[in-house]
Design a protein around this ligand. Sequence first.
Ligand code: GDP
Length: 527
Amino acid sequence: MDLTQEINRRRTFAIISHPDAGKTTLTEKLLLFGGAIHVAGAVKSNKIKKTATSDFMEIERQRGISVATSVMGFEYSGAKINILDTPGHQDFAEDTYRTLTAVDSVIIVVDCAKGVEAQTKKLMDVCRMRKTPVIVFINKMDRNGRDPFDLLDEIEKELQIKVRPLSWPISMGSTFKGVYNMFEKKLNLFFSDDKQRVGDDSVEISDVFTSPDLDSYISPFTATFLEEINLIESVYHNFDREKYLNGELAPVFFGSALNNFGVQELLNCFVKIAPSPRKATTEERLIDPYEPKLTGFIFKIHANMDPNHRDRIAFLKICSGTFERNKPYVHVRLGKNIKFASPNAFMADKKSIVDFAFPGDIVGLHDTGNFKIGDTLTEGEKLHFKGIPSFSPELFRYIENADPQKYKQLSKGIDQLMDEGVAQLFTSKYNGRKIIGTVGALQFDVIQYRLEHEYNAKCRYEPFNLYKACWIESNNKAQLEDFRKRKYNQLAEDKHKREVFLADSSYSLHMAQEKFPDIKFHFTSEF
Ligand code: GDP
């Protein structure tokens, strides 16, 4: 096995979208093309419906599915493709943020009628921070949507990235004729009557302006189409792959995932332009994927669904070298050797034991409590990967023990759930009370339920009105001391003993920032 070749052919990415834009449908169609599945409907939606906020069966069902579909690998056109699944429900947004630390690029799905939505913007903020290359797929062209030029403008403005259409729709909704693929210079015709066809309805047209046949395919939209193509050529620069790879330019495709339309074009282009595994940043140095020695980090931990088996699956993203089954690796934080007898690889909806894995691949490691999110495996070098931040939570509650007999179980449970990244724990320096911070309200229910069912412990919550928890630091020791003295009842520690300021309102945060100009207030834990 040639390491270089294996790395070059890997494409590890995530599909992200606002709920309902078509992420699940697109994922499924990509797997269909990859031959990984053979019937539509094989990919289970991992969505928790809004109405199911306190439906624990639904939460458990979701957890089951999300193990199975965490990583979907398949072969396509010589490439090894790994799709990393992200939860659709916004209460699990932090899970999605962390998954984005393990991908080399993303595809963003936008609903042509709704345009850029709230969750799309938030996810794009994370991509921008990491300079992740982005391709945009504008979906549901079989429905009446917004004007394509307006959509492009909105994407540029709202997602703060330059765009370049690589395909262009001819009409939409009930009169949708198809898309012209500028990347391959092909016209793909849309037949709305055959939804599940994985066929080729494309016509090669090398020059749309001189083609004698064009009109017979797309009449009565020929004139408008030519005008639009003219406009695109004059307004947008040629597609520049370097800019795409730097996260400055997003190529845009149009299609209809449900009708399997425009998906293969997207995939063909993706395989050609999307990056193979990129360099990874650690506190110590840059890691080149082609280095012979193994490095990797844990970006996700999944607890076993079966309460009788407390083991978990830790997801390792391989950043360099070759991962081998049964070879001892160094767990950097614990400073000990660990080997893995049955590491899992993920192909489509199955997992299997893997002997070798390469940069870009995700390996599932059985874990009995050794791993936390962000942990590093190497062949001995002490490395700490960057870019796995915690985000300032938005909802807070005090957590209290509701069963005095089960104190130990409770604190173990809380510890492990925090390691999994379900929520963040802060301890007040003022009164020692424990505060849980989450991104979504659902997590509080999940924690309570799982503490009870997996750890045999009971907790109760008390309301705690807080605006934000932010990490603080300063080089100005005197000012920091002064701040600590004045705000002693609003200080806490996170689980790594970093100092956190608990601001009760945006006003008080603002005042603190003004009065203490030498103190930095951070909204992610990595700075
Ligand atoms: P997700 O929440 O982003 O994963 O969205 P889904 O893939 O579950 O899709 C949401 C809804 O939109 C489902 O009812 C899909 O059948 C529908 N949908 C997805 N793609 C298309 C499309 O291209 N056209 C139309 N008309 N509906 C679509």
